[in-house]
Design a protein around this ligand. Structure first.
Ligand code: PRP
Ligand code: MN
Ligand code: MG
Length: 177
């Protein structure tokens, strides 16, 4: 464990077990169907890379990078930093996210993809319900976690720690919380 991490919240084998479980649900629900796995940069790349290898339905990959305009703004305000390439009209889109905090990013993104004609569901590894500001319907959820600053397995603090193979709680002194 690296020095900036206070404790490991979810270790590698616990993550893999859960990712496999999520994939099995998707495999069951979409058996014989095609899906577009919409990977939300950057945090979701590690989770998505593992998740897709457990999927046995027809998967296409696409990537978006978005950010919501902050907590006080109206939900639905979405800044698209990078848009997807696939025409999602009439497609089954599963958004892969690492974590849902306020829910602002995802609720706006779901709205947008539905407006584009997609059939949208969310698959998130983590959810932090204590921080929710906008309600979102999540079909596939890995772990509910406490209101701690988590890093690793794709998640960053100031662009660091995404490469850690586990999910750790960042020491307060690192982010000055
Ligand atoms: C984080 C996380 C989610 C989003 C959740 O991404 O990966 O995408 O915030 O926040 P919300 O539920 O409050 O909207 P971030 O914007 O930090 O970008 P990153 O994935 O590139 O780190
Ligand atoms: Mn993100
Ligand atoms: Mg981030």
């Amino acid at each position: 464990m690296i020095n900036e991490v206070q404790e490991i919240l979810i270790n590698e084998s616990e993550i893999q077990e859960k990712v496999k479980y999520l994939a099995e649900q998707i495999n069951k629900d979409y058996a014989g169907k095609d899906i577009v796995l919409m990977i939300i940069l950057k945090g979701s790349v590690v989770f998505s890379a593992d998740l897709m290898r457990y999927l046995n339905v027809n998967v296409s990959l696409d990537f978006m990078q978005v950010s919501s305009y902050g907590s006080s703004s109206v939900s639905g305000e979405l800044k698209i930093l990078k848009d997807g390439q696939i025409d999602v009209n009439g497609k089954n889109v599963i958004i892969a996210e690492d974590i849902i905090d306020s829910g602002n990013t995802l609720s706006a993104l779901v709205k947008l993809l539905k407006k584009r004609g997609a059939n949208v569901e969310i698959c998130t590894l983590l959810s932090k319900p204590a921080r929710r500001e906008t309600q979102v319907d999540v079909k596939y959820e890995g772990f509910e976690i406490p209101d701690e600053f988590v890093v690793g397995y794709g998640m960053d603090y100031d662009e660091r720690f995404r490469n850690l193979p586990y999910i750790g709680i960042l020491k307060r002194e690192v982010y000055g919380g």
